[in-house]
Ligand binder design. Structure first.
Ligand code: 1HN
Length: 291
């Protein structure tokens, strides 16, 4: 390879900037149990098909029109979409749009390392075979219906793209009741429609709306949480230290540190943590200053 030559996404498997927590240097983790990175896929590029025992989420931060394929179905991603790659599901990414695409990857890599349960393999092809029409899983499982003889398989949601357009519309409609949780504003969990449980087996994803001028009451919980700002500006005080934020910023709240959010404009925050794993183990705990 020539000096200065670009390494393609295909050569690299994935082109990512790992978001390393400065408190956990050299460990490629953003919290004790979770990984976060920023992945770039340029127009015309392919990130080849592979699968692993780690769960992955994608949260689209910039661009629109790139694709990911999961278990034989392709989805076209737009800003703010929350996309799941369940454990051991074949997945590949491609960008047939004319714009670079950047998303945040969230994976449970450190958690699976802790349990010595990490497995991975390549498919040997760039792209997996597509056997289902685009939009199939959202139509089948995301329209408040289930196929009549549906039987749940695995622990991950059968929906793998939760489009931001739908999420945003739901938040906007709900806000009209003007009922705000003092600690969270209006906060929702992304769920598995098959059972109402979390959308992923090890990673708990959330989205919340904080209206202009809202300041949350102090809150802390044992699940260290990664936040990505979708809309709005404001600041978050974590254990007494204040961080200003704007769209596309990412910040992390460590376990059991008090968090206070303040929105200068209507703000929407995506977040993820290991709460689902802690709850399964019976160790999750929270403390609210509000009530
Ligand atoms: C991975 O498989 C992806 O599939 C992204 O896009 C980031 C970081 C470490 C290990 C596997 C992907 C990853 C990863």
């Amino acid at each position: 390879m020539e000096a200065g030559e670009l390494i393609t996404a295909k050569e690299a498997e994935r082109r990512v900037l790992i978001l390393e927590n400065p408190g956990l240097r050299g460990q490629s983790r953003i919290t004790t149990s979770l990984y976060a990175g920023l992945q770039l896929v340029l127009p015309g590029e392919v990130a080849p098909a592979h699968r692993h025992s780690q769960s992955a989420l994608r949260f689209v931060m910039d661009g629109g029109g790139a694709c990911t394929a999961v278990n034989g179905e392709r989805t076209i991603m737009q800003e703010g979409d929350f996309v799941i790659t369940p454990p051991w599901a074949w997945h590949d990414h491609g960008n047939e749009s004319d714009r670079p695409m950047i998303w945040m990857d969230g994976l449970d890599i450190p958690m699976l390392s802790f349990f010595d349960a990490s497995f991975a393999e390549g498919l040997g092809e760039d792209m997996q075979e597509i056997t289902k029409p685009t939009g199939d899983s959202l139509a089948r499982y995301g329209a408040n219906m289930l196929p009549v003889d549906f039987e749940k398989q695995g622990l991950a949601s059968p929906i793998f793209n939760y489009p931001y357009a739908r999420t945003r519309e739901a938040l906007e409609t709900m806000r009209q009741r003007d009922e705000w949780d003092p600690c969270h504003g209006l906060k929702m969990r992304y769920v598995n429609p098959a059972d109402g449980g979390w959308a992923m087996p090890t990673i708990a994803p959330f989205v919340q709306l904080l209206p202009k001028g809202f300041k949350t009451a102090g809150y802390r919980s044992t699940d260290a949480t990664v936040f990505s700002v979708i809309e709005g500006t404001g600041r978050t005080t974590i254990g007494g230290k204040t961080f200003e934020w704007k769209p596309k910023d990412i910040f992390v709240v460590p376990s059991w540190h008090e968090v206070v959010h303040e929105a200068d404009e209507d703000a929407v925050l995506f977040s993820y943590s290991d709460r689902v794993a802690q709850q399964k183990l019976g160790i999750w705990r929270e403390q609210r200053d509000a009530d």
